[in-house]
Design a protein around this ligand. Structure first.
Ligand code: NDP
Length: 793
């Protein structure tokens, strides 16, 4: 059947643009202000200039941040209900002007009106409604939490208004104020949104908008008045932002690129699969971070599937995105079109087979045809690099295990889509895929109630749902923590017996009855440090207490390898993990006297204080044994016929650098939540007082803890932390130490974009429950995967 053209009128958008003289400044402190130099914004479907927009300077970013800072106190102290009213008003205004937003978005970005009208804009309104709800409930649900301050938000061009909503709604709901930088290619709907905020009377300075290119974004990132950066865009820029914000204390969430697998098993309903593929890779011209760009097909059905796909591709319509009968619109900008073309050429050069429909795309705009590659090598460019265009690359597998291996053969981990009529198979595979979202028999479905975000180099942090709210909050007590005045302790492998400063004379040796040599603890065994060196440790009065192994890079590598090998732990039942933790508590109790003596001797504690620390440690072990089978996710109410399962999953290998003080309680307060949630850990205990941790080996050995779940490397904490931060198999890293150490950890972890949790030199009180145990720790020990399972015929 042939469709006639059904173009949407641009009349109202033209009128709105004319009202502004097709020239825009920034939106600062509740009003539009003149910008300096301007750049052109084009309609990618026609290449015509739509408007001129201002290039934001550092001075303008500064004005915007100052306005947001000035507005913060009032906004923060409004009641949740008052903030909810504003967010509700925004949602209503977006619905009232939905067609204006949809047409403007289509003209600015090139995506089909069917998508902006039926997907982007409704989801934007839904996001503000949902977060009006969070604002209303904030004081109850997040009772111990408060806002961060001014949030700098940087968004890309592929879902301009939707990305704005994903960032602005939770920030405002939590009581923060915002400075937003939209993408250079697509700033127009953000400018219309600014007008909406004026219309509803949002207090001046709560929302500020500075347009411009990457330089404007950089100025925002570097501004000292910003408390949080939320970024969506390329992994490359995400990495730069991670490095630039290191040590600044700015909270960071990154939603980055992807190369998401779309897995089809041989029992799938192939006609539904074909429509799924259309939604996965030709939605928004494939310019979607979670696009199902890698088609993995079970070998037995590959031929049939390719034939069906080619037939469907012949019927797709590419062209004027304002036409309601168009499936695929224009690519956002010439540079993006060139990138797609050059990656396609590269794929052909590497030997993959390229197929495109028989018809030609219009030549008056930036169009690219739907493209299918077969005979793709899993390690080749096409399979590994994010193309961000309408290009699907197909590979085959034989067994479910092979499908998982292929799916995970990527540095990214944003999303995955699984197609099978066998629910058992789907729910077996979903947890095995390293991705923040898994869609079963559906794809590219989103909702404000369900968190979205990646694993691995697809970034960290979530947008949407309760986990998205935590990205904009912090515990209230956190800002009152004292700075650690301890500059850190740097053990040296000096030969203690000959060194005058560390002299060990007969009088200052406490006990030498039998020389005890604590080694490292790797893979459940005691291991000598690779360096062959030990370092002396002393009590606060300078008395020699013994020598600990001086671990090095190689020991950390061995420890990480052991932690990777202990892969059974994350898959063990929560009941089993709880039993092990209870058993650790039991054995700690048996040895309580030993640990009390240890703390008195090593740390100079009074007996009472040492008893208190040991008792608190045993109680904390019970506490996390209790949580192990209770911190168990949610089922979200998403407005589709869907069960949306939000599952907290362990990171994998988690590095932990422990505080210097409270060497037993501090160590266990960090290790316990991590292993309770199924992580395996590489820990660097207090360097000053290492023996409380090394005394634990025998407790672990007698508590049925599998080898490799907890690995302990003593030595110079900063040196070892750096190795952990750079290690690609360490998925997350906690650093409870100095400011400079925190900066180093954040910077060095940019390589594989590991999630970090650092304390910036603030000391927690390990006896105060709100600071030292609870959901905050469990949240940091996990990442949430959302699995969408539709139901109904
Ligand atoms: P970028 O990551 O460059 O852009 C995202 C946003 O960051 C834009 O607002 C951009 O400004 C801004 N920005 C750019 N450089 C900096 C910087 N140094 N500091 C702060 N902000 C900065 O993505 P591109 O638009 O260049 O697209 C390139 C590739 O990235 C695409 O081909 C695609 O592979 C991927 N991408 C992924 C997205 C996702 O959703 N995960 C979204 C967009 C792109 P400006 O607009 O001026 O460049």
């Amino acid at each position: 059947m042939e469709y006639g053209p059904a173009p949407e009128s641009a009349e109202f958008v033209d009128a709105w643009l004319e009202k502004h003289g097709r020239r825009f400044g920034h939106f600062i402190n509740g009003r539009f202000v003149e910008g300096g130099s301007t750049f052109e914004v084009i309609n990618p479907a026609t290449k015509a200039t739509i408007a001129n927009v201002s290039q934001g300077s550092s001075a303008e970013i500064d004005q915007a941040v100052q306005a947001a800072a000035a507005a913060f106190e009032n906004w923060r102290t409004l009641s949740g209900h008052q903030r909810a009213r504003y967010l509700y008003a925004i949602a209503r205004q977006i619905q009232k002007h939905s067609r204006l937003f949809a047409v403007l978005e289509t003209i600015d970005n090139g995506k089909p009106i069917r998508e902006t009208r039926d997907i982007d804009i409704p989801l934007v309104a839904r996001h503000f409604y949902h977060h009006a709800g969070w604002a209303q409930l904030a004081s109850e649900v997040f009772e111990q939490y408060g806002p961060l301050g001014v949030c700098g938000q940087i968004i890309p061009w592929n879902f301009p208004l939707l990305m704005l909503a994903w960032k602005v709604a939770p920030a405002l709901a939590a009581g923060n104020t915002v400075v937003l930088k939209p993408a250079e290619f697509t700033p127009l709907t953000a400018l219309l949104f600014a007008e909406i905020t004026q219309q509803i009377g949002l207090p001046s300075g709560v929302f500020n908008l500075v347009t411009g290119d990457g330089r404007t974004g950089e100025a925002l990132i570097e501004h000292p008045g910003v408390a949080k950066i939320a970024f969506t865009g390329s992994t490359e820029v995400g990495r730069i932002i991670r490095q630039k914000t290191a040590g600044s204390g700015k909270k960071l969430s990154l939603e980055l690129g992807g190369k998401s697998p779309f897995i089809v098993f041989d029992d799938a309903d192939l006609d539904s699969v074909v429509e799924g593929v259309v939604d996965a890779i030709w939605f928004n011209q494939g310019q979607v971070c979670c696009a199902g760009s890698r088609l993995l097909i079970q070998e037995s059905i590959a031929k049939v599937m390719y034939a069906k796909l080619r037939q469907r591709m012949e019927n797709l319509r590419v062209g004027n995105p304002l036409d309601k009968a168009i499936d695929i619109g224009a690519i956002v900008a010439p540079v993006q079109l060139q990138k797609i073309e050059s990656l396609v050429q590269q794929g052909i050069k590497e030997g993959a087979t390229c197929w495109q429909p028989g018809w030609a795309v219009p030549t008056d705009g930036l169009f690219y045809p739907p493209t299918l590659f077969t005979d793709v090598e899993p390690a080749g460019t096409l399979a590994q690099v994010e193309i961000f265009g309408p290009v699907l690359v197909a590979m085959t597998f034989r067994t479910p295990g092979e499908a998982v291996d292929l799916a995970n053969n990527s540095p990214y981990g944003l999303a995955a889509s699984l197609w099978t009529e066998n629910v058992n198979l789907a729910l077996d595979i979903a947890p095995k895929i390293k991705a923040g979202v898994v869609w079963v028999n559906c794809t590219n479905v989103f909702d404000a109630a369900s968190g979205f975000g990646g694993y691995r180099e697809s970034g960290f942090g979530r947008e949407g749902g309760i986990e998205g709210m935590y990205e904009y909050l912090r515990p209230n007590w956190e800002q009152h923590l004292p700075e650690v005045d301890d500059p850190g302790f740097e053990p040296r492998a000096e030969p203690a017996l000959n060194n005058a400063a560390n002299a060990v004379s007969a009088e200052n040796v406490v006990s030498v009855a039998i020389d005890r040599t604590p080694k490292l603890y790797i893979g459940g065994k005691q291991a000598r440090p690779d360096s062959g060196y030990s370092y002396p440790a002393f009590d606060p009065a300078g008395k020699y207490r013994g020598e600990a192994g001086l671990g090095n890079r190689k020991d950390i590598r061995n420890a990480v390898e052991a932690a990777v090998k202990a892969g059974g732990w994350p898959n063990s039942t929560a009941h089993l993990r709880a039993q092990v933790l209870f058993y650790i508590a039991e054995n700690l109790q048996v040895r309580a006297r030993e640990f009390i003596d240890r703390l008195v001797g090593d740390c100079g504690y009074t007996i009472e204080l040492a008893e208190r620390e040991v008792t608190a440690t045993i109680e904390r072990t019970f506490y996390y044994a209790a949580w192990t089978d209770k911190y168990d996710g949610r089922v979200h109410s998403t407005p589709f016929r869907n069960v949306t399962l939000a599952m907290p999953e362990p990171w994998g290998v988690l590095g932990i650098v422990c505080p210097q003080g409270n060497p037993l309680l501090g160590f266990m307060s960090l290790v316990l939540p991590a292993i309770a949630m199924g992580n395996t850990v590489v820990t660097i205990p207090s360097a000053r007082y290492p023996f409380a941790a090394t005394d634990l080996y025998q407790v672990f050995d007698t508590s049925d803890l599998p080898g490799g779940v907890i690995n302990i490397v003593t030595g110079n904490q900063l040196e070892l932390a750096k190795v952990l931060a750079q290690h690609l198999e360490v998925a997350a890293l906690w650093f409870f130490g100095s400011k400079s150490g925190s900066e180093m950890v954040e910077r060095e972890s940019a390589g594989n974009l590991k999630a970090t949790w650092v304390t910036h030199g603030k000391a927690r009180n390990w006896f105060a429950p709100e600071q030292s145990q609870g959901e905050e720790f469990l949240r940091h020990a996990t990442q949430v995967k959302n699995i969408w399972v539709p139901y109904g015929e």
